[in-house]
Design a protein around this ligand. Structure first.
Ligand SMILES: C[S@@+](CC[C@H](N)C(=O)[O-])C[C@H]1O[C@@H](n2cnc3c(N)ncnc32)[C@H](O)[C@@H]1O
Length: 237
């Protein structure tokens, strides 16, 4: 069976409608890994912000934002304004309260899905985490193309997602999502005319969960890809 057939946009939104607006809720019972996840993301983001041709820190977009976990702990401390995309009404209503003191940095909260999103402005960083498994390949490619066109000068698109160890796409009927292998993401990035400038495996996560990778992507104007690959532990040194 084609694993992609597990994806059903209506069923996924019905699944999320039943999930409480808490850290444990948005992380599927793994709220306790949030700090480790944010630490790994912080190192990755800092290395990009201090690199040659670093993006500006005016505006970021948090895609599939849930209750605003990444906005609050990662993006708002670095960027002047953060916009979010989140289809679930209950999650989007909880964001302003959840981000607390960063409320003043919040820009537009788009209550829509990634596959329907039409960017209205340019962003320095667009962060996609634990959400791309809800999109069919064809929609994911168009969405990434939209994001590519919505990057400001030196802007970077980040993807942080689970990948399978089996090398195959695996489906999850519970939330109508799929988990792709690394090579599938690389194929999709190429089709969306994005090139990797940095790739990093998240470390210190508990055993028994999918490996998690971070990719920093920029528009691919020629075909050459030069990437730094490392684990978050390496980048701590
Ligand atoms: C596992 S949670 C991750 C939330 C957040 N990215 C984080 O890491 O804390 C997945 C989120 O994706 C949202 N989502 C599911 N399908 C989506 C879609 N097609 N477009 C945008 N968001 C979607 C859900 O409503 C939920 O908030």
């Amino acid at each position: 069976m084609n694993k992609e057939s597990v994806i059903n946009y209506k069923k996924a939104s019905e699944y999320w409608a039943e999930i409480p607006a808490t850290l444990d809720g948005v992380l599927g019972g793994f709220g306790f890994i949030s700090d480790i996840d944010i630490n790994g993301s912080e190192l990755f983001l800092q290395s990009l912000l201090s690199s040659d041709n670093a993006p500006a820190t005016r505006s970021a977009l948090d895609c599939g934002a849930g209750i605003g976990r990444i906005t609050k702990y990662l993006l708002a401390p670095h960027f002047d304004t953060v916009d979010v995309i989140e289809p679930d009404g209950k999650f989007i209503k909880s964001i302003m309260n959840f981000v607390g003191e960063y409320k003043i940095k919040m820009g537009t909260l788009y209550q829509t899905s990634l596959q329907m999103f039409e960017p209205e402005k340019k962003y320095d960083v667009i962060w996609n985490q634990w959400v791309l498994g809800y999109l069919k390949d064809i929609d994911l490619i168009s969405y990434l193309e939209c994001c590519r066109n919505a990057l400001s000068q030196n802007g970077i698109l980040i993807v942080k997602e689970n990948v399978t160890s089996s090398g195959r796409t695996e489906g999850d009927e519970t939330d109508s999502s799929i988990t792709r292998p690394l090579k599938e993401y690389l194929k999709i990035f190429k089709l969306a005319k994005l090139k990797r400038i940095k790739q990093c495996k998240q470390t210190n996560f508990p055993t028994g969960i999918y490996p998690v990778y971070m990719f920093a992507l920029i528009p691919n104007d020629n075909d050459i890809e030069m990437i730094q690959t490392e684990s978050t532990e390496t980048s701590k040194q």
